[in-house]
Write a protein that binds this ligand. Structure first.
Ligand SMILES: Cc1cc2nc3c(=O)[nH]c(=O)nc-3n(C[C@H](O)[C@H](O)[C@H](O)COP(=O)(O)O)c2cc1C
Length: 201
């Protein structure tokens, strides 16, 4: 199923086509594709090039690891993410390696790396779905996460699936149109709240 973004001008297709499904197909994600999306994350920009991200990756091919990862999601997310091929946790390094001071850009930079991963994934025919519904303390315990890293989000990754396999409430959400604020609501010029477009391009 496609849910292409409705844009005012054409944009790069993997960005327009990316969306967050809950139905996944059974076809596995190859080791090469998995490496490609991790490489895409690796080459994201970051404040002082600190690269304050780490990823815990569990694939369906390793059933024990996969179950372990699933058990670190809230129940709602477990319900659909169990059909993904990969569960990945994104962790942020909370302090600068260089100074030991708090890195207030760590979440920003983990987000950049995650977005790169998602776009690379879409370009390879993979679907990704981010989740805040995780159990951070359990992730720490189960995967032995060091104190200075914070589990922030999970990603379910897999091949596109058949929405009709989802239970009714999820099916409705799967088919719902994607919505966004307008450009006027987010891009300002001259003064906060004043649409950038008013200035003329
Ligand atoms: C940080 C973050 C956390 C999210 N958490 C969840 C979640 O726990 N469960 C879920 O089903 N979807 C979750 N989502 C998916 C969003 O609901 C989805 O990205 C948003 O509705 C926009 O839809 P789209 O990605 O299809 O454009 C999350 C997305 C992000 C970026």
């Amino acid at each position: 199923m496609q849910k292409q973004a409705q844009t005012s001008v054409p944009i790069h297709w993997p960005i327009a086509n990316r969306w967050s499904p809950r139905a996944f197909g059974t076809a596995p994600v190859s080791a090469v594709d998995l490496t490609k999306i991790l490489e895409a994350a690796r080459w994201a920009p970051s404040c002082l090039n600190e690269q304050p991200w780490a990823f815990l990756v569990a694939t369906r091919g390793q059933p024990e690891e996969f179950q372990k990862a699933l058990s670190c999601l809230v129940e709602f997310n477990q319900g659909w993410a169990k059909n993904a091929s990969v569960i990945l946790f994104g962790l942020a390094h909370k302090v600068f390696n260089s100074s030991g001071k708090p890195n207030t850009y760590a979440l920003h930079d983990l987000g950049l790396a995650t977005a790169s991963l998602m776009i690379e994934g879409e370009s390879l025919g993979l679907r990704t779905h981010a989740m805040a519904g995780i159990l951070p303390d359990r992730i720490r315990e189960v995967f032995g996460v060091p104190e200075d890293f914070e589990p922030v989000t999970a990603l379910a990754i897999g091949r596109p699936g058949d929405p009709e396999t989802l239970p009714e409430p999820l099916l409705v959400r799967e088919k719902a149109p994607r919505e966004r604020k307008s450009l006027d609501q987010i891009a300002f010029g001259g003064q906060f709240g004043k649409p950038f477009a008013d200035k003329g391009l």
